[in-house]
Write a protein of this length. Structure first.
Length: 158
């Protein structure tokens, strides 16, 4: 994207204004942010870690269902596998940049739905448990923000 600006100056030989146009490039190579190596690395790290976590959830499904049951999650036998598959698809969608807005919003939905239930630090009596849950809650909150940012960038690049 370029920005053009008009400058008006006085000529040395006469008092007539002279119009000049200056073109300034906003980026060095005019590439979309989604085409940059840094953005690709960011989406691979973000989506890849979440996809890895989803695979881990699916590989240890009974344990994850048991923990969700302990936390009082609704219908953990159905919601944990469904949420894990959704997280896997969202993570892969961001990594591969396929349906990226839907993928990022899927991740955001997963985080918005699971974080307050699974990391309810405000309900913990033990200070160590409270601190661990708060760390997980804040980490997921940051990931939620990143998912929203990826969704916004994806919409702009469509």
């Amino acid at each position: 994207m370029t920005v053009a600006s008009r400058l008006t100056s006085r000529s040395d030989s006469d008092d007539e204004p002279v119009e000049q146009t200056e073109t300034v490039s906003e980026t060095a190579d005019d590439r979309s942010v989604t085409d940059t190596p840094t953005f690709r690395l960011g989406r691979i790290l973000f989506g890849g870690v979440l996809a890895f976590n989803a695979i881990d959830n699916l590989r240890n499904l009974e344990e994850r269902i048991g923990y969700a049951e302990f936390k009082g999650a609704p219908e953990p036998d159905r919601t944990v596998p469904a949420a894990s598959v959704g997280l896997l698809l969202g993570g892969l969608g961001v990594v591969l940049w396929k349906l990226p807005a839907a993928a990022a919003l899927g991740i955001a939905g997963f985080l918005a739905g699971t974080t307050p239930v699974m990391h309810d630090f405000w309900n913990q009596d033990d200070p160590e448990d409270r601190q661990q849950e708060q760390i997980q809650f804040l980490k997921n909150t940051a990931l939620f923000g990143a998912a929203l940012a990826f969704a916004r960038v994806a919409r702009r690049s469509e």
